[in-house]
Design a protein around this ligand. Structure first.
Ligand code: ADP
Length: 167
């Protein structure tokens, strides 16, 4: 059984993440989405909120799991018997950081292979930060995220507007 981990912040999960996940499932028997808890970023959604959104997004797959992880990615991968780390590559701007991480992880454990997958072109300019930024300014991000993520974004970013609407 070929197992891969797919680590990231997923704040929140987008259609770009899901595109990469579906491609990874063509290569691996099981993919474990691992939500990093030791990120230096300040997330908009809590760990449990991010996990809950991912769980909803992967409900249709029986070979995808989601988990929290902190510490070293290679240690986590070993513990889960994973032999690969999946990462998405959108543009050359991703490359330098990803190369550094992949080479460092290989130094730490050369049995774990980093696999880079390219998303559909329509997602190459998409990331969670830009989705949050557009949503924050009232732009429509419907085409970039699952519907329940859209709702969660509206609720988090405009809590009072929703209350007013109900009055
Ligand atoms: P990180 O904080 O590690 O960048 P993210 O949640 O932003 O975590 O992303 C996790 C992984 O998913 C990364 O490999 C990232 O490149 C990839 N990814 C995110 N958005 C997209 C997208 N639109 N297309 C392809 N890969 C993506």
């Amino acid at each position: 059984m070929k197992i891969a981990i797919y680590p990231g912040t997923f704040d929140p999960i987008t259609n770009g993440h899901l595109d990469i996940l579906e491609r990874a499932l063509k290569l691996f028997d099981k993919v474990i989405i691992t939500v990093a808890t030791n990120s230096t970023k300040t997330p908009l959604f809590s760990e449990s909120e991010r996990l809950a959104m991912i769980r909803k997004a992967i409900a249709a797959f029986n070979n995808v799991e989601v988990d929290l992880f902190h510490g070293l990615m290679v240690s986590y991968a070993r513990k889960k018997h994973a032999t690969a780390v999946v990462r998405g590559l959108r543009a050359t701007s991703d490359f330098e950081y990803e190369l550094q991480m992949a080479l460092m992880n290989r130094k730490l454990d050369d049995k774990i292979v980093t696999v880079f997958l390219m998303p559909n072109e329509k997602y190459t300019y998409l990331n969670s930060s830009i989705v949050k930024e557009i949503a924050r300014h009232g732009g429509n991000v419907k085409q970039f995220v699952p519907s329940f993520v859209l709702e969660a974004l509206k609720k988090r970013l405009f809590p009072t507007q929703r209350k007013n609407k109900r009055r």
